[in-house]
Design a protein around this ligand. Structure first.
Ligand code: SF4
Length: 476
């Protein structure tokens, strides 16, 4: 969600006449889009703000927004008085005006609204990818998971109208986008605000009617609200991909209750069974928190047991750590860090063993890969390219002489399954050049190629205002 918000912020600033700073160039404006869910978010923010102080003295403007800004509010300008603008999660649209006001009045500006007035999707966006896009369907959350800060910072769930969402997707497809990911804190409660319990399934089916849209994904579902009509819509809509990221958090009913997650392990496993019955090739991934307050060895054993039963294709595993402002932070039976670490290592080992076994089963099969940019860190060294299969598994493949572009679609034979990815070192069976690949090539051709040298000189009034993080220069 935050990454998509950053695209909106960049779009807003583009529209206001700002330009992105090239690599190595010192920007005139730096915007921090913060996330309070991350560990040590506040420490990292204040560390970064301190790092920028020397540039600030040369005229840089600094703005801080996002969840952490909503949480810290005026504390930010107290601890870092050189910050120019602080704005809340509902005030993104005001950023250009706040920067301007801070500049004209030469004083810090802060703006926090308690409710959302402009749905962020109505704001302009500068999309990171020519072939894949996030599309927000809702913001906020009506749940109250005790480890989570989101409801108190993002507010109650607000749902976008289906016609607006489908209209945005059609416009994206017309621009070359092949894949969309529908975004919401809890996509399965989508529609509650306008009284349609089956709105999310209907929305998936609506996506199925958009010609040229090849892949539809969504995140995050919630086991409490996950209903069979969504499984049916997934199974019956060919462009909805056979993948599901279903957060588990714990395999212990006692801990799920303490987390205020309103489902139990049996319900979770039953959903997986029904998804696999309807979509046999579905790859299911999850999130798990280890060491929630009060978690005993028996509770943890329940989590391990569920992981063994669930045959996950992947899992994001997290060590529980206190998030100030959440109910769990005040619980008095916090698990010692050493115990959390030891359980975490056992869980990650089991997850790796499971995902490795699942991936090995795919050796010799054929997968269709949407070629991506930046998915394979070692691609340059290995002469491979990377992308995602329909089930969202990461695939590294050898293009041989076929030269696909990001956004094109290749069909490859899996030669090996590794714990975290599939590998194909056979010549691709086919390469389909797509409108998305054309859009990627056009964007690459028009991208700025050289960075101007870094200069400490004041920017002339007529020069464009540059955005970004200043480059750290190598010592010496
Ligand atoms: Fe947070 Fe729970 Fe809402 Fe997810 S469902 S955003 S974890 S409160």
């Amino acid at each position: 969600m935050n990454a998509h918000d950053s695209e909106r912020l960049a779009g807003l600033l583009d529209e206001a006449g700002y330009q992105a700073a090239a690599d190595g160039e010192t920007p005139d404006v730096v915007v921090f889009n913060t996330c309070a869910v991350r560990e040590n978010a506040a420490d990292r923010l204040y560390g970064n703000l301190g790092h920028l102080l020397p540039q600030k003295k040369k005229g840089m403007q600094i703005a801080v927004g996002g969840c952490l800004a909503q949480m810290e509010r005026t504390r930010i300008t107290q601890r870092a008085p050189w910050v120019d603008v602080v704005y809340g999660t509902h005030n993104m649209a005001s950023l250009p005006a706040l920067l301007e006001r801070a500049r004209v009045r030469n004083e810090a500006q802060a703006e926090f609204a308690e409710t959302l007035e402009t749905f962020p999707s109505l704001l302009p966006a500068r999309r990171q990818s020519a072939y894949a896009a996030w599309v927000a369907i809702s913001v906020g959350c009506n749940n109250t998971c005790t480890f989570c800060i989101v409801p108190s910072l993002r507010g109650k769930e607000k749902d976008r109208r289906p016609g607006d969402i489908l209209g945005e997707i059609r416009a994206l497809v017309a621009d070359g986008v092949l894949e969309v990911t529908l975004l919401g804190q809890n996509v399965n409660s989508y529609g509650a605000e306008f009284g349609d319990r089956h709105a999310f399934g209907r929305l998936l089916r609506g996506c199925g009617e958009i010609g040229g849209l090849e892949r539809v994904r969504f995140t995050s579902p919630h086991p409490r609200d996950f209903t069979d009509d969504v499984i049916e819509a997934m199974a019956e809509t060919p462009n909805v991909m056979p993948s599901l990221h279903m957060p588990l958090q714990s395999g212990s009913d006692r801990i799920l209750k303490a987390m205020r997650r309103a489902y139990r392990r049996d319900r979770y496993l039953a959903i997986l069974d029904r998804v696999r019955a309807g979509i046999p090739d579905a790859a299911i991934t999850t999130d798990i928190i280890v060491g929630f307050p009060g978690e005993t060895e028996e509770d943890f054993a329940d989590t391990l047991d569920l992981v063994r039963q669930a045959s996950f294709a992947g899992a994001f595993t997290f060590r529980y750590s206190v998030r100030p402002g959440t109910p769990a932070a005040a619980m008095d039976d916090q698990v010692p860090a050493g115990v959390v670490q030891e359980r975490y290592e056992r869980l990650t080992a089991l997850v790796e063993e499971t995902t490795y076994a699942e991936n090995q089963k795919l050796a010799g099969t054929t997968v269709e890969v949407l070629v991506a940019e930046g998915e394979g860190r070692k691609d340059a060294a290995t002469h491979r390219m990377s992308g995602r299969a329909r089930d969202n598994r990461l695939v590294h493949f050898t293009p041989d002489q076929t030269a696909p572009r990001p956004g094109d679609v290749v069909t490859v034979t899996v030669t090996r399954g590794a714990p975290h990815y599939l590998l194909s070192d056979a010549t691709p069976l086919s390469v389909r050049r797509t409108q998305a690949g054309d859009a990627w090539a056009a964007a690459a051709a028009s991208a700025p190629v050289s960075a101007a040298p870094v200069s400490a000189a004041p920017v002339p009034a007529a020069a464009p205002v540059l955005l970004g993080m200043p480059a750290r220069h190598p010592a010496g």
